[in-house]
Design a protein around this ligand. Structure first.
Ligand code: DC
Length: 195
């Protein structure tokens, strides 16, 4: 069976948690596409060459999920050459036999417009900053400033900007518990699979 769940949305909205839960629930493969951009940023040097040479082991790095690499990833992600180098791998993953969940910024709009389910997972900047701060600690005001800066760059870039696909279902997790958000996403997938 080929079945793609595309999950897009801003940083710390809950995409990863929902993506993992859906993959476990339905037995689908899961790809956190932010890791691709983080790994490119972590390699340094020529970003386009780094993206072209990316291998699976580059995604395993334990230190890829820091705030600083999130910012650096958002900066290399504006480069059309970097994005182009990562398209084929993501498309193959999305349409592989067995079902797949991908979360990112442009999955439903660019990588897999034919996805059977498109979710746009969002939450207020304050809620997202608070969640990220609980994970990373430090100064919460700075975390909020970083979230807003990253939103601005990811939504404002010319190449594949973050926005909901026209046919995406918007899930605002600001006032939902993790369980409620996951259940809402499960319901959407189940309804589509039964259709
Ligand atoms: O989801 P994340 O925080 O790990 O993503 C890090 C950055 O990578 C994000 O700010 C923008 C970029 N990104 C992207 O441009 N397209 C994607 N599909 C995923 C991430």
């Amino acid at each position: 069976m080929i079945f793609t769940v595309a999950i897009d949305g801003p940083a710390a909205a809950g995409k990863g948690t929902i993506g993992q839960a859906l993959a476990a629930r339905f037995g689908f493969a899961h790809l956190d596409t932010g890791l691709l951009y983080r790994a490119v940023a972590a390699k340094g040097g020529d970003s386009v060459a780094a993206a072209r040479g990316l291998v699976a082991a580059d995604l395993m790095g334990a230190g890829l999920r820091t705030l600083d690499l999130g910012q650096a990833a958002s900066r290399v992600a504006v480069l059309p050459g970097v994005r182009a180098a990562l398209v084929a791998f993501q498309r193959r993953f999305a349409r592989a036999e067995g079902g797949a969940v991908l979360d990112g910024r442009d999955i439903g709009t660019v990588i897999c417009p034919e996805a059977e389910v498109k979710l746009y997972v969002t939450a207020s900047p304050q809620v997202r900053a608070h969640r990220r701060w609980l994970e990373v600690g430090g100064d919460e005001t700075r975390v909020l400033a970083e979230v807003l800066e990253r939103d601005g760059r990811d939504m404002g870039r010319a190449a594949a900007p973050l926005k909901p696909a026209q046919d995406a279902i918007v899930l605002d997790t600001s006032v939902l518990s993790i369980d409620e958000a996951v259940q809402a996403a499960v319901d959407v997938v189940q309804a589509r699979m039964g259709a």
